[in-house]
Design a protein around this ligand. Structure first.
Ligand code: SAH
Length: 283
């Protein structure tokens, strides 16, 4: 197996294939073998699993996934990587690479076609310019048992934030609605070529089989969460009033009080079960 995390090997691949890193495609490739090794080890992915990778690059994470999972499907948008990947991961017969945009891929269809009876999982060093949309798409598809991703540390902290903390956001609630996120470990800029400006972190999101609270109307739940976080320095009452203009402030105050929320509360202090109760009462 070619050590595609070795900077010397990487430089010779760059020269051999005339490859140039694309900033607009979010290309920061791993240069330390321990990183993809540890990502896959801590992801819990094993031979019972099918693994979907997004953005294989030169293939370091792909290699580790192929060694552990029964089947790996990798989606790569950059077709200039085709000949490179042929050389770096061509030896794996449990791997299929599709040169396509992950954001435009029908994931449930792909999982059904490619993974059969295997437990579907996702694992990626995500291109940072599309972290939130890709992660949202992976979770909303509801077809992965777990999603393990490397993201900017700041995003990882947002995903794992507790209610009331500065990092708590609508994205936190979305991630926790679909999954139980766990912060695994940090990865410094020195582990990449080219080096990003910020520290990265790996998060494992175990998909929930049961929703974390009783929610009568999912769309209304997310609408409530978005309204609550839309204006950070405003009270929840003012945020709800802006998001639900058909209701008077008196009606909204009564609804809030009926589920035990103070009229002066701020949206960012509500935990997920309280958002659930609030959206059920708004129905
Ligand atoms: N996994 C490799 C590369 C990470 S860089 C490593 O860890 O070294 C991010 C990768 O995602 C790049 O290969 C980039 O071309 C790819 N990528 C960017 N946008 C994408 C998209 N929309 N769909 C699929 N792959 C994408």
């Amino acid at each position: 197996m070619l050590d595609v995390c070795n900077p010397q090997v990487m430089r010779s691949l760059l020269a051999e294939f005339g490859f140039h890193f694309s900033k607009s495609k979010g290309q920061n490739f791993l240069t330390q073998r321990w990183v993809p090794e540890r990502i896959v080890r801590e992801s819990g992915i094993d031979e019972a699993c099918g693994a979907l990778e997004i953005g294989p690059g030169f293939g370091p994470l792909t290699q580790e996934l192929c060694l552990r999972a029964s089947k790996v499907v990798a989606l790569e948008v950059d077709t200039t990587l085709r000949p490179v990947l042929k050389k770096t991961v061509g030896e794996f017969d449990n791997l299929e690479i599709l040169f396509t945009d992950a954001l435009k891929t029908d994931l449930p269809k792909l999982v059904a076609e490619k993974f059969g009876d295997l437990t579907p999982t996702a694992c990626a060093n995500l291109p940072y310019y599309i972290t939130s949309p890709v992660l949202t798409k992976l979770l909303e598809s509801r077809c992965f048992a777990s999603v393990t991703v490397m993201v900017q540390k700041e995003v990882a902290q947002r995903i794992c934030a507790k209610a009331g903390s500065a990092d708590y956001s609508a994205f936190t609630v979305l991630c926790n609605y679909y999954a139980e996120p766990k912060l695994l470990f940090d990865v410094p800029p020195s582990c990449f070529m080219p080096q990003p400006k910020v520290t990265s972190a790996v998060v494992c999101l175990k998909t929930r089989t049961q929703p974390p609270a009783e929610i009568k109307d999912e769309a209304l739940f997310f609408r409530t969460v978005r309204a609550a976080f839309a204006m950070r320095r405003k009270t929840l009452l003012n945020c709800l009033s802006a998001g639900f203009p058909q209701k008077t402030k008196a009606e909204l105050t009564e609804i809030m009080q009926s589920v035990g929320i103070s009229p002066t509360a701020r949206g960012e202090t509500l935990d997920l079960p309280t958002f659930a109760a609030l959206s059920n009462a708004l129905q």
